[in-house]
Write a protein that binds this ligand. Structure first.
Ligand SMILES: Cc1cc2nc3c(=O)[nH]c(=O)nc-3n(C[C@H](O)[C@H](O)[C@H](O)COP(=O)(O)OP(=O)(O)OC[C@H]3O[C@@H](n4cnc5c(N)ncnc54)[C@H](O)[C@@H]3O)c2cc1C
Length: 396
């Protein structure tokens, strides 16, 4: 077994782990990333695609925003659809100039991997049997296997950035963490289609048959979603059936509907809200999906991951620079304030837009009144816009 050292051992090479390693490098702190999958798999994994203003600023200011600036699609509004009509929420006008940018998560991952390797970073793919040890002591360690060889990585701190199904959160002894959980009675059937966007902004459509979302990834690729059963069998959905349902739910009185094209990928994702508290135990810090997941309606998952690691990188910087762990001790509290506000917003957007089979006629009328309020009141739209473009990054 070979042994080596670093300051921060990072488990997981998704947006959280890669961004953390990149920010630490800029603060003069060494790290090693251990990722279970291959580089190609990470770079091709299609997931989120909406970046908040704060995440865009972070990528730009840390020097990895060049391709994002060239290829990202800045959106200054979104549209809420109801009864075959679309109502625009002017995000930029309502938030003093902020916007969101559509840029695929896998593109962010590609840019961060390239930058880490360019900067001489240690990013190890295809690591297996990853386990954490002595997280309560002064010198924690990570054991892992790569290319059939076993290694021990001794570190000062471990960052658990290994997603919802990773090993870090379950490595914390029982009785320390409290999980807050909500599972929704539906999922999203998502497709990626080779079809140019027929509208420049996202459309969040409420429909009697269920929610539908029109979005895009590039000038030639659209990303569309349909509310479905949480355990929907994707094989029951032929391409024709998907397009027919998308047209039924999205078509508007003004004649707008998405452009049809070749379906490149289809998948079903369940919808869940989950938060673990605290987000730290001993020398192990959880960040991103390892600590919390949100239903995708608010487009917050990747953005929360970026916000967590911004706080963690600043806390580690304060530790190494000032020899003070005060910021590390407040990491969990600071992150959870933002996490819960993003959870509230994601839950609210989900409740506003989806069809709930157990809704009473009263619930249905209340939901329609709320949609009417959001699409007709500047104050209500401003609240949606403030949350959608992202609340300010806070370190206290
Ligand atoms: C299937 C899916 C679809 C999604 N779609 C959307 C969407 O459409 N819109 C939206 O806004 N959000 C979406 N999200 C949410 C968003 O993509 C996540 O919030 C985001 O990926 C969080 O980043 P992360 O780095 O914390 O975790 P992840 O991106 O999950 O990264 C974790 C990394 O850790 C690695 N890993 C796991 N276990 C180990 C281990 N034992 N050892 C080493 N490495 C390990 C994984 O391979 C992965 O690379 C989706 C999430 C999922 C899971």
């Amino acid at each position: 077994m070979s042994k080596f050292n670093t300051q921060v051992g990072i488990i997981g090479g998704g947006p959280a782990g890669l961004m953390l390693s990149h920010l630490l490098h800029q603060h003069g702190i060494n790290s090693v990333i251990l990722e279970a999958r291959s580089r190609q798999y990470c770079e091709e994994r299609i997931r989120a695609g909406v970046l908040e203003q704060g995440a865009v600023d972070m990528l730009r200011q840390s020097g990895v925003g060049a391709r994002l600036d060239r290829e990202g699609l800045r959106h200054e509004g979104i549209e809420i659809g109801l009864n075959e009509r679309r109502y625009r929420i002017p995000l930029t006008e309502l938030t003093n100039g902020k916007a969101v940018t559509v840029y695929g998560q896998h593109e962010v991952v590609k840019d961060l991997i390239a930058q880490r390797l360019k900067d001489g970073g240690d990013v190890r793919f295809e690591c297996s049997d990853v386990s954490v040890h002595a997280i309560e002591g002064p010198k924690p360690a990570i054991n892992f296997t790569q290319n059939g060889e076993e290694h021990t990585l001794a570190c000062d701190y471990i960052a658990g950035c290994d997603g919802f199904h990773g090993i870090c959160r379950p490595s914390i002894p029982p009785g320390i963490l409290t999980g807050y959980d909500r599972t929704y009675p539906f999922g999203w059937l998502g497709i990626l289609a080779e079809a140019p966007p027929s509208l420049d902004e996202l459309v969040y459509m409420h429909h009697d048959r269920g929610f539908a979302l029109y979005s895009m990834r590039s000038p030639t690729v659209t990303r569309l979603y349909l509310q479905c059963k949480p355990d929907e069998d994707v094989n029951l959905w032929s391409d024709d059936r998907i397009w027919s349902e998308l047209f039924t739910r999205l078509r508007c009185k003004d004649g707008w509907c998405p452009t049809e094209g070749k379906i490149l990928q289809k998948s079903v994702t369940g919808m869940r809200s989950y938060v673990t508290e605290p987000m730290q135990f001993g020398k192990l810090f959880l960040a991103g999906d390892a600590a919390h997941i949100v239903p995708p309606t608010g487009a917050k998952g990747m953005n929360l991951a970026m916000a967590d690691v911004y706080v963690l990188a600043e806390s580690l910087r304060a530790f190494y620079r000032d020899n003070s762990n005060a910021k590390l001790q407040s990491y969990s509290r600071v992150c959870l304030r933002r996490v819960w506000k993003a959870q509230r917003f994601s839950w609210w957007m989900t409740s506003l837009l989806h069809r709930f089979d157990d809704h009473s006629p009263f619930d249905n009328r209340r939901q329609l009144a709320e949609l009417d309020y959001v699409t007709s009141s500047r104050a209500a739209a401003a609240s949606l816009a403030e949350n959608y473009v992202g609340l300010p990054m806070e370190l206290e």
